[in-house]
Design a protein around this ligand. Structure first.
Ligand SMILES: C[S@@+](CC[C@H](N)C(=O)[O-])C[C@H]1O[C@@H](n2cnc3c(N)ncnc32)[C@H](O)[C@@H]1O
Length: 395
């Protein structure tokens, strides 16, 4: 359960909200939590008690796929109401965060310069004339202004600052105040599965501002830890943020479809939350690059929005809402893919591909398990970092 935020978040680069901004941001968060707890679950009832029986009476069959369920539900006033509110909340959220960051952008750029003017332990490489992949630049992903690639100039840190503060509100607290929930979850799974392995070279692909990168550096302080992303302003912010936290990581601007690392370089390559925002063609190319830069015996480890194959059609409709109404154009094709498919085409042996689910037991402790044979959909309803993890060792 998320808690409403009081200042400050725990590091120097985080943009601060003034009184009114904080009130607006917390109001949006409270509204989002109310929707999750009290409004979205009602859609299942509308479907079971009204839409589905009406459809079955008329068509003399059940709906054939998630697209048909979406078509039915989106004619329902209840569904239209929550869908409209959910989209409006998304826009309110980014407007609030965007204004808050823009107001203090000059200060944030000065802070980054100040942090980086002292002795640094990590590095940052940016590319001149870097071209953003069109699947990210053509749309403001999940309504985030400027998407990941917006770059307002050579000192700009806006995209990173917006994501750092905004992700907490967007994910209703699940990322944690350090924006590292996804990375911490992967590290936890890694340690459960490979308790004695100490990887020496680790790469976080699609690292954003490094929230998913730093937990690897904290867990394995002797390792050489890299993060790559397309967004220059994400990476500038991430580099300054890592330095102010005293955590060593090497960031570089790269399109992960074409990494500039040598073959067989890394022991471990991680991704979190990357594939669902990436075109199908690019996702496959990225996984081929991950395979190339991994050593034989190295591990590819991933987390993302769960695949959908075992969910009911109504759950599939609900989980794919973002693809149609929240500027996540690749989300639905991702949830329709399989881990075997994307890893198999890259060179991993399909028989080596594993999938694990993380749940909580009744004492609140995490558990890691294979898909339950009964109720296979039960563990497949989490968001990023909560639900499914998958990967393979390179033979
Ligand atoms: C949802 S964010 C996740 C960030 C981070 N992994 C985390 O868990 O906090 C997805 C990230 O993937 C990056 N990304 C998408 N396509 C990419 C590509 N082709 N090359 C490098 N990064 C990419 C985006 O720029 C964005 O920062």
């Amino acid at each position: 359960m998320a808690v409403l935020v009081t200042e400050p978040f725990p590091h120097a680069m985080m943009p601060r909200a003034d009184h009114d901004e904080l009130a607006r941001q917390n109001a949006t968060l409270a509204f989002k939590l109310h929707m999750t707890d009290n409004v979205y679950p009602g859609d299942q009832l509308v479907y079971e008690r009204k839409t589905l029986p009406q459809f079955e009476r008329k068509a003399r069959r059940t709906p054939k796929d998630k697209a048909e369920v979406r078509h039915l539900q989106m004619q329902e006033p209840y569904t239209q109401m929550w869908s409209s509110i959910a989209r409006t909340l998304q826009e309110m959220l980014w407007n609030n965060i965007g204004e808050c960051v823009e107001r203090q952008l000059p200060d944030l750029m000065d802070k980054a310069d100040d942090i980086l003017s002292r002795r640094t332990i990590g590095t940052l490489r940016l590319k001149e004339n870097f071209v953003q992949p069109r699947y990210l630049s053509a749309v403001d992903i999940h309504c985030m202004p400027g998407s990941y690639g917006a770059d307002l100039g050579e000192r700009d840190v806006m995209a990173g600052a917006v994501y750092d503060r905004g992700a907490y509100y967007y994910a209703k607290g699940l990322t944690g105040p350090m924006c590292d929930g996804t990375g911490r979850a992967l590290v936890w799974v890694f340690k459960e599965m490979f308790p004695t392995w100490k990887p020496k070279r680790i790469l976080d692909v699609g690292c954003g501002l490094g929230g998913s990168t730093l937990p690897w550096a904290q867990a394995f302080p002797d390792a050489e830890v890299h993060g790559v992303d397309v967004g220059a302003a994400m990476l500038r912010y991430g580099h300054a943020r890592a330095e102010t936290l005293g955590i060593k990581a090497h960031f570089s601007q790269q399109n992960a479809e074409e990494l500039d690392f040598k073959d067989n370089y890394f022991d471990l390559v991680a991704t979190s939350g990357v594939f669902h925002e990436t075109s199908g063609r690019a996702s496959r190319a990225m996984m081929r690059e991950i395979f190339r830069v991994l050593k034989p015996g190295g591990l590819s480890m991933n987390s993302d929005i769960p695949h959908q194959h075992h969910n009911s059609l109504h759950d599939q409709f609900m989980l794919d809402w973002d693809a149609h109404y929240n500027a996540e154009p690749f989300w639905a094709q991702w949830t329709s893919m399989t881990s075997d498919e994307i890893m198999g085409q890259a060179g991993f042996r399909p028989a080596d591909v594993w999938e694990k689910w993380r749940d909580r037991d009744n004492k609140g402790n995490f558990t890691l398990h294979d898909r339950p044979k009964n109720h296979a959909d039960e563990s497949n309803k989490g968001g990023i970092g909560k639900g499914v993890f998958w990967g393979a060792l390179k033979a």
